[in-house]
Design a protein around this ligand. Structure first.
Ligand SMILES: *[C@@H]1O[C@H](CO)[C@@H](O)[C@H](O)[C@H]1NC(C)=O
Ligand SMILES: *[C@@H]1O[C@H](CO)[C@@H](O)[C@H](O)[C@H]1NC(C)=O
Ligand SMILES: *[C@@H]1O[C@H](CO)[C@@H](O)[C@H](O)[C@H]1NC(C)=O
Length: 388
């Protein structure tokens, strides 16, 4: 009899969370997929042994104290695309094994003092994504102090929005010796000065700026100087002149870089760009594997500029898509032939969507060009693999 009761209870239990979140067991790991269930709260009746919890696309607006306390083995927690605007100070209490936290596309005010407390228990955190939370309704023009991240000594990836006047010096970056990737999106910067990023750590090897759509009036050459070992610079939809973007490469002259990706670099009122020798001056002296100058209104280039790179043998992937210029016109043909003789390592060259304007450009997977581990797959069958 007790066995039967137990069986019935466990069946009920199974259905209680079984019909909502999908519980997946994989070896000794248990994860719960609770996406798109119109949840207003963090569900409670889930297996306590969970290592992963996915709450994406729900209607959660608040995270109460100790919401995850019973899931002490949780390593991955994602809550993207909810309406979270309130997090209590002890919301993440007990998550001492959490490595991956993603809360993008919510309504968090990450400048609220509470975050210094909220993130504190997450001592094992490696990946934190709090992008797409700030919108224009917040007065983002005054100096804004970013939260304290110094407790997360294992943090490698930090993704967040960047405001007009960011203050990073109280964020404890000096304690995070493993931080290597920082992504900024949305981006409200209206100047890129030598001081803007000085308080970010020099361990960063990859930096991304996405959707910096306010007009950026001041661009100074030492903006990226804090990142002495930078390998990847990725700017996508940034409202500056292409010449200014190229100027940002100044600190990296005579270094090696994995990728320089400039895509949709153009001020609000786009102007045709004729690339001059002076504009290329810094880029010319960088040994770079992946070079992307795409959708940036390029209509032509001076002799001895774009094709006069000093280290053509470093190039592996070159993308000039979505501009309006011809590579080999007139005297450029000779330059091109000379360059091609030296660019012996080029595996991928894309100059599609040129000549006229296209609305919708499909790239042959820019994102994976970055990642050498995908490269073999991409080039094996030409350009077929697309990221989501
Ligand atoms: C968490 O993991 C440890 C070690 O793998 C295990 O002993 C413990 O029972 C787990 N905790 C829960 C609540 O399942
Ligand atoms: C962002 O905008 C939404 C409305 O679109 C508003 O409800 C919300 O409070 C805003 N969030 C912030 C942090 O300003
Ligand atoms: C910023 O750095 C560049 C390059 O070192 C320098 O030429 C420029 O004068 C600096 N700007 C200011 C305002 O200090």
């Amino acid at each position: 009899m007790p066995t039967l009761v137990y069986l019935i209870i466990s069946l009920i239990n199974f259905y209680a969370f079984g019909h909502k979140c999908r519980i997946v067991r994989h070896g000794d790991q248990t994860t719960a997929d609770c996406t798109r269930l119109k949840l207003n709260n963090v569900p409670t009746c889930l297996p306590l042994s969970l290592s992963g919890l996915d709450l994406n696309y729900n209607q959660i607006s608040m995270i109460k104290n100790n919401a995850f306390k019973s899931f002490s083995n949780l390593t991955t927690l994602t809550m993207d695309f909810n309406n979270i605007d309130t997090i209590n100070g002890y919301a993440f209490q007990g998550l001492k094994r959490l490595r991956w936290l993603s809360m993008k596309h919510n309504q968090l005010n990450i400048f609220s003092k509470i975050f210094d407390i909220v993130f504190k228990p997450l001592l094992r955190l490696q990946h934190l994504d709090i992008r797409y939370n700030i919108n224009k309704t917040l007065d983002i023009s005054k100096p804004m102090v970013y939260p304290y991240f110094g407790h997360h000594s294992f943090l490698t990836d930090l993704y967040m929005d960047i405001v007009q006047n960011p203050v990073f010096k109280l964020s404890g970056f000096e304690n995070i010796l493993k931080l290597n990737t920082i992504k900024f999106a949305r981006c409200y910067l209206n100047q890129m000065t030598n001081d803007t990023l000085v308080d970010l750590p020099s361990t960063i090897t990859a930096i991304y700026f996405h959707k910096c759509v306010s007009s950026i009036s001041i661009v100074e050459a030492d903006f990226l100087k804090p990142f002495t070992i930078l390998q990847i610079l990725n700017m996508d939809r940034v409202a500056i002149q292409l010449g200014d973007a190229l100027k940002l490469l100044y600190p990296f002259t005579h270094t090696r870089m994995t990728s320089i990706i400039f895509k949709q670099i153009s001020p609000h009122v786009p102007k045709p760009v004729f690339i001059t020798r002076v504009m290329i001056n810094y880029l010319m002296h960088i040994c770079v594997k992946t070079l992307v100058l795409a959708e940036s209104e390029i209509v032509g280039y001076e002799q001895n500029s774009l094709l006069a790179l000093k280290f053509p043998d470093c190039l592996e992937n070159v993308v000039f898509s979505g501009n309006r210029f011809s590579l080999a016109l007139g005297p450029h043909l000779r330059e091109l032939i000379l360059l091609m003789r030296k660019a012996i390592n080029v595996k991928f060259f894309d100059m599609s969507y040129n000549a006229i304007n296209f609305n919708n450009i499909e790239y042959c997977n820019l994102d994976v060009l970055d990642n050498p581990s995908y490269a073999k797959e991409i080039y094996r069958k030409g350009c077929q693999i697309k990221s989501a």
